[in-house]
Design a protein around this ligand. Structure first.
Ligand SMILES: NC(=O)c1ccc[n+]([C@@H]2O[C@H](COP(=O)([O-])OP(=O)(O)OC[C@H]3O[C@@H](n4cnc5c(N)ncnc54)[C@H](OP(=O)(O)O)[C@@H]3O)[C@@H](O)[C@H]2O)c1
Length: 225
């Protein structure tokens, strides 16, 4: 069975991916809160920005889920906001990748990071997250080239997804309906949809796909109706 590390498998998209993969993979979860189900899964309780990362010799896949939705007018965004967003979205991923690139290289592993629709479409109040996620996209493309025969790197760029991270945007029925209405397909995403694409990109079915950013946007970026 393949071994996949999911940093941030306790909630949201990462949790949905754990549930998808644990059927026929060994799944390793890293997060700060404990996960309920342990079948085929091993968990390390840690803060990926600060704590020592454990040795893992063999990895077929790595998914980095921690991220942020820190939406503020530019005037109110501080340097600390930009640094905090960059730390969790970019430097955390770099820290994990530096630790495990050898374990992935020996297995022709697959890495998956997360961007956002806000890198492709200018949206008010998204300056800080857009800066960080543009960094994620640059990282994916650079490392995909550098490790071309050894590790595949891709990113998914979702629109609003029904997870704890987006809870403030989907607080009540009125907000939920308004959010659906902003999308040409009249829906936002459920984490299982994103997890399905993630599982595909991690699998050998996607063995020729690397250096790509995949939007799942319910038409937000690409369609005008
Ligand atoms: N949800 C959306 O609408 C949306 C839209 C566009 C892009 N995205 C991107 O998609 C990715 C996944 O989003 P999501 O909505 O599933 O996020 P989420 O609900 O916040 O889940 C994030 C996961 O990362 C873990 N995590 C966060 N900080 C950590 C840390 N310092 N150390 C260890 N684990 C940490 C969390 O676990 P613990 O709290 O237990 O540590 C949790 O399991 C993110 O990169 C996000 O930016 C999401």
């Amino acid at each position: 069975m393949k071994t996949i590390l999911i940093v941030g498998g306790s909630k949201g998209i990462g949790k949905a991916l754990v549930n998808t993969l644990k059927v026929d993979h060994n799944v390793i979860v890293m997060s700060r809160t404990e996960i309920a189900s342990k079948a085929n899964t091993k968990q390390y309780l840690l803060d990926v920005l600060k704590d020592e990362l454990p040795e893992i010799d063999v990895l077929n896949g790595l998914v980095y889920c921690p991220g942020s939705i820190n939406l503020k007018p530019f005037k109110r965004l501080t340097s600390e906001d930009f640094i905090e967003d960059f730390n969790i979205n970019v430097l955390g991923a770099i820290r994990v990748l530096k630790k495990y690139e050898k374990s992935l290289s020996t297995q022709n592993g697959s890495v998956l990071l997360f961007s956002t629709v806000a890198t492709q479409m200018g949206m008010p109040f998204h300056a800080s997250v857009a800066v960080s996620k543009a960094g994620v996209e640059g990282l994916v493309k650079s490392l995909a080239a550098e490790y071309a025969t050894k590790i595949r790197f891709n990113a998914i760029a979702p629109t609003v997804t029904n997870t704890p991270l987006a809870a403030r945007l989907l607080r009540n029925e009125k907000q939920q309906e308004a959010m659906k209405d902003r999308h040409p397909l009249k829906q936002y995403l459920e984490p299982t949809e994103v997890a399905s694409l993630a599982a595909y990109l991690l699998s050998d079915k996607a063995k020729s796909i690397s250096g790509q950013i995949f939007p799942i946007d319910a038409g937000m970026v690409t369609l005008k109706i």
